[in-house]
Ligand binder design. Structure first.
Ligand code: MIG
Length: 784
């Protein structure tokens, strides 16, 4: 291929500034307000503006006609009545809410948006909204020298996306995963701009192939799509947390996962027989390595037919699932969308007879090649197909399965374009549209069908769904793993910013294949990766056919001991994780975060890629390269205690930290607390004791956090059966005060009390719990 040689950079390939190739929207010629929507008719297009909250405004431009203001698959709420003050002068049209100020200049139409303090968030200059005859729509915004960009869903490369160009088009990419590999499996056309400590967000709600360009236009950035309306939301912030809150207000939040899904998962493409699965699980039991889930990849099926088991290799799945369940382990099988074209296969017969597969306008079923050979694809854009697919899952839930793994749902097809023919005409719940328009929604809607089906069938138990593809809103249905990485240190490094940006994009439950999927891992890489995995929200070791097996014990005793220790650490941290997952499900805040989320005024954090936070008080600075046992660690404002040594570090400095293979640099902010439990056994994973480990401060540090617990597997929490403690810790020279400032829910956990441990307490510092001075054993009783 010529593109792979130097021919690709021959003279004359330079692109010119493309902005000039668009039709500008032109000047306002008419304006009216209908209900709560502001309509502007311009020379070259029409614009509608409405508010979802004080802090969220939606802007829609249609080049030809009045914007349709359609609902979307991503956005849940309707616009709200918001108090808006309108001011009109000869050249300006101003719209003010309590949090946002839109200033529209009329000739030509340009819109600048300010926060309530008058700080500019979004500005248009020489170029604004625009379109091309091809149907493409675009908008150009001014880019400040201080702007940093985050989010964009699942993207390779570093944390800060300034200087990058990204495409949104869900794509199955087996190799390579380089910093420049784009697009990947998951498209989330949302980003956050951080400018001098303040953040705002933009969600471009368009499912066509689209692009975000923070590179090509100098002091301007742009986003554009191949078709549809220019439909986007601006979120006011003012901080990164508020932006994620606002974005997930629009696109939804993850349902609280069952506790078991937050544990350790073991996978392999593939464990090929029942016996092999049993042996793997038995190894975990015998070695006392925690395990919650074993995944079944495509070999469990009969000729890759979904909703079947291979009768020879998996003769008795129900018994297998029951036996493993007794050992404390659940089974999650893979389900791909492709249904084998086989006239004797009932699922295919039904799909054809009931007319549930994707078709061309002319009526022919679309067939593509995937694992089972020629296959048809359910049209998940239509309710009837979704309900059918959902019901099919009784095949799994009837035998005790509570979790499903969706793969290949970009959809991936083995052909030149890697996907379905863009001319396929989806039914789309009564508004037919081509695959060109709906491609990016296929995984999301498969997720919707699957999650809702499982939820229906599990008699009040929480389902778990894992997906590879998705779009804005996927967090409502599924956790996301980041696809086919490789057993390279570089991929371990790259997974940190990728998972952090996914978290900023509303998807809190994510993680890479620990140890790397393709290529051969080794003991050191697996050990270091497991140290990271113990703290990524989704924690699964998975590896590919043809490469070394990479279960925890495959590389000898030293590595096994380290890997086991960190998987166990995950379980000791479970109460902390579970509380963070509860927060993510309520407020959208990611479990794993970049440091800038907590320290948005600290520029050193803006592109910090090799450290991350769990919640708001724990910094993890893993070792990400071979043979390295010392690394630089930047600690932001405050005092930080190294968990392993108890050593105290002053923030706003960089330190050289030593970490042998056995060690993971982990720092806890002074004056704060983390919730911990103890590992019992695979069979009994309930928390026997829970402790609140307080890292004593002394200078009036005040810290509030929420501890959350419930039965961990049902929806009873939605009817009040949960425990939520809002705890305040105040450290002074003479005391560490712990106070429950709020308690909600009527769940009383079996452990009955929370042990309070104060670490780093000074002589003369008392421990005071709810006003009472403690001596000897310190605990908080949970009895009501
Ligand atoms: O193209 O099911 O990303 O996790 O093991 C390979 C086999 C299909 C790709 C997934 C990977 C999975 C594999 N699948």
């Amino acid at each position: 291929m010529l593109e792979d040689t130097s021919f690709a950079i021959h003279p004359g390939t330079e692109k010119q500034n493309e902005a000039a190739a668009y039709h500008d929207i032109g000047s306002v010629i008419d304006q009216e307000k209908v209900d709560d929507t502001y309509h502007f008719t311009c020379e070259n297009g029409r614009i509608a503006i409405c508010f979802y909250t004080d802090s969220i405004v939606r802007i829609v431009m249609n080049p030809k006609e009045a914007p349709k203001m359609k609902g979307s698959r991503s956005v849940i709420p309707e616009p709200k009545h918001v108090e808006v003050r309108e001011e009109i002068t000869s050249d300006l049209h101003l719209l003010h809410t309590a949090k946002l100020r839109l200033s529209i200049s009329k000739s030509p139409f340009r819109m600048n948006i300010f926060d309530q303090e008058g700080k500019e968030l979004v500005a248009e200059g020489e170029h604004g909204m625009a379109w091309r005859e091809s149907g493409e729509i675009a908008v150009f915004k001014e880019m400040d020298v201080a702007d940093h960009f985050y989010g964009f869903g699942e993207k390779a490369g570093f944390l800060d996306k300034r200087g990058e160009v990204y495409e949104m088009w869900n794509t199955d990419v087996y190799a390579p995963h380089n910093p420049e590999t784009d697009p990947l499996y998951e498209s989330i056309p949302f980003f956050m701009t951080l400018r001098k400590g303040k953040a705002h967000g933009i969600f471009f709600d368009n499912s066509y192939r689209s692009w975000f360009d923070m590179r090509s236009f100098g002091d301007r950035y742009a986003y554009r799509a191949e078709g549809g309306e220019l439909d986007y939301y601006v979120m006011a912030g003012p901080g990164p947390k508020e932006v994620v809150y606002q974005y997930t207000y629009l696109t939804g939040r993850m349902p609280l996962p069952p506790k078991w899904a937050i544990g350790y998962h073991q996978s392999r493409y593939s464990y090929q027989t029942e016996q092999e699965v049993r042996t793997i699980v038995q190894n975990f039991i015998d070695r006392d390595i925690p395990l919650d889930v074993v995944h079944l990849d495509i070999h469990y099926m009969n000729g890759y037919r979904v909703f079947t088991f291979d009768e020879e290799n998996f003769p008795n799945p129900e018994q297998l699932i029951k036996d493993l369940r007794e050992m404390g382990v659940r089974v999650v099988p893979i389900v791909d969308p492709g249904v084998k074209k086989d006239p004797e296969y009932p699922v295919y017969q039904e799909g054809v007879n009931k007319d549930l597969f994707c078709k061309y306008l002319e009526g022919d079923i679309y067939f593509g090649d995937v694992w089972p050979g020629t296959s048809a694809f359910p049209d998940f854009t239509d309710e009837e197909s979704r309900t059918w697919w959902a019901e099919k899952h009784r095949f799994y839930t009837d035998i005790g399965i509570e979790g499903i793994w969706n793969d290949m749902n970009e959809p991936a097809v083995f052909n030149e374009t890697k996907t379905m023919d863009v001319q396929v005409m989806h039914r789309n719940d009564g508004s037919p549209a081509t695959h060109r328009e709906l491609h990016n929604l296929y995984g999301l809607l498969m997720g919707k069908a699957t999650y809702e089906g499982l939820k229906d069938q599990l008699n009040g138990r929480r389902p778990f769904l894992l997906t590879r593809a998705g779009f804005a809103g996927i967090q409502r249905y599924a956790a996301v793993w980041t696809g086919d990485n490789r057993s390279f240190w570089e991929h371990l490094q790259m997974s940190l910013p990728m998972v952090m940006n996914l978290g900023l994009s509303g998807v809190a439950f994510t993680g890479p294949d620990v140890g790397g999927f393709a290529h051969h891992t080794n003991g050191e890489l697996l050990a270091r990766w497991t140290q990271v995995g113990a703290f990524t929200p989704f924690f699964r070791n998975h590896s590919a056919i043809g490469f070394l097996y990479q279960e925890p014990w495959r590389f000898g005793e030293r590595y096994e001991a380290v890997i086991k220790e960190y998987i166990r650490m995950r379980y000791r941290w479970m109460p902390q994780f579970y509380s963070l997952f509860a927060k993510a499900s309520k407020q959208g805040l990611p479990v794993m975060r970049p440091l800038f989320m907590e320290f948005p005024d600290d520029e050193k954090t803006y592109n910090l890629n090799d450290q991350f936070m769990i919640g708001d008080n724990v910094i993890i600075a893993p070792i990400l390269a071979p043979a390295v046992v010392d690394r630089a660690v930047y600690l932001p404002e405050g005092e930080w205690i190294e968990a392993a040594s108890g050593k105290v570090y002053q923030g706003k400095q960089t330190y050289l930290i030593h970490a042998e293979l056995e060690d993971l640099p982990l720092f806890i902010k002074k004056g704060t607390a983390v919730m911990q439990t103890e590992w019992t056994s695979n069979q009994d994973k309930s928390w026997k004791r829970v402790s609140m480990d307080i890292y004593a401060g002394e200078d009036e540090e005040r810290y509030r956090f929420t501890y959350y617990d419930d039965d961990g597997e049902t929806f009873a929490y939605q009817h009040g059966s949960y425990l939520e403690l809002e705890v305040e810790i105040v450290s002074t020279k003479t005391a560490v005060n712990v106070e429950i400032v709020n308690r909600n829910g009527d769940y009383v956990p079996a452990y009955g009390q929370i042990d309070v441990q104060v670490i780093g307490r000074k002589d003369g510092q008392d421990v005071i719990i709810n006003g009472d001075k403690m001596n000897g054993s310190n605990y908080l009783s949970l009895a009501e």
